[in-house]
Design a protein around this ligand. Sequence first.
Ligand SMILES: Cc1cc2nc3c(=O)[nH]c(=O)nc-3n(C[C@H](O)[C@H](O)[C@H](O)COP(=O)(O)O)c2cc1C
Length: 340
Amino acid sequence: MKEIKDKAREMMKGFCRVCKVCDGKACAGEVPGMGGLGTASSFKNNLSALAEVKLNMRLLHGATEPDCSTKVLGYDLAMPIMAAPIGGVSFNMGGKITEDEYADAVVGGSKAAGVIGCVGDGVPPFIHEAGYAAIDKNDGYGIPFIKPWEGEELEEKFEKAKATGCTTFGVDVDAAGLITLRQMGRPVSPKKPEEIKALIDTVHGWGAKFILKGIMTPDETELAVEVGADAIVVSNHGGRVLDHAPGSAAVLPGIAKAVSGKLDVIVDGGIRDGVDVLKMLALGADAVMIGRPVSIAAVGGLQEGVETYFATLKGQLLQAMVLTGSQTVEDITSRVLFSE
Ligand SMILES: Cc1cc2nc3c(=O)[nH]c(=O)nc-3n(C[C@H](O)[C@H](O)[C@H](O)COP(=O)(O)O)c2cc1C
């Protein structure tokens, strides 16, 4: 990983410092770029909310060789992890690799590691085109996330994404706050529940599943259940859309309670290692998404970089499972959380 990170630091110069801990401090306000919006407090809150979670260490048990495989949205995953949708290599990461190379590394690297890669959306169109091409090359094994565009563009994007053969579609509703798109004169907007429901009905009509990304409150979780989403992503978009939002780990338990098993809960924001993955599962997630560290691995080492990062995460997750007495992913419950 050190070699990959060193290479990424060189390649992402001026866009990402590839800090020892990716916590949003050095890059505060750098959007476009890899930072968080404004003071970057939402990005930093993702890290601090996770840091506040403490674990119960248990060693008097037989969980010596745990199994971290799981099933989410019908996908058999080697571990409960996905690569978060991220796009815009040229204006966010320095453009030393192409959008196509990036998307291939994320989608191909995720598949090789037994997890699933998501792809992002934005302006110019080569962002989603690179993502869709990568999913197509991987026989539909990838998840496209489409922004909440206004008008016909939304339907057109769904049709284009469908042609990749993918079986799950996502919308990052929180992208309604993206200044990069506003600067480009291509605003996106919040969507009424009935508008989301119409989209979900279309996707279900295709026999596919739907993920709503950017849910941060229990009331919107209930709306997501009502409109028929198959999963939500508890996310503040890596702190890139609204300053002074709480960390996702802080809102996750309340959201998981509101869901009460009616849909899959995925979470992202500040997850950096296998222990963070375990914490999010214990707080109520079914799976996690990881953003910036996967980008760094992809820029620094293409597909091999992504595979290496996921292999490292898997080792850390398995070790954390042993040390908390969790034989399977289902065993990672609030039992592993320390409270005074
Ligand atoms: C440079 C950059 C571009 C992003 N582009 C997208 C996107 O196109 N679609 C999307 O749903 N989320 C996008 N995100 C948000 C990520 O999917 C994810 O929510 C976030 O990065 C998670 O936080 P983490 O980076 O701390 O892991 C982007 C994030 C970054 C840093």
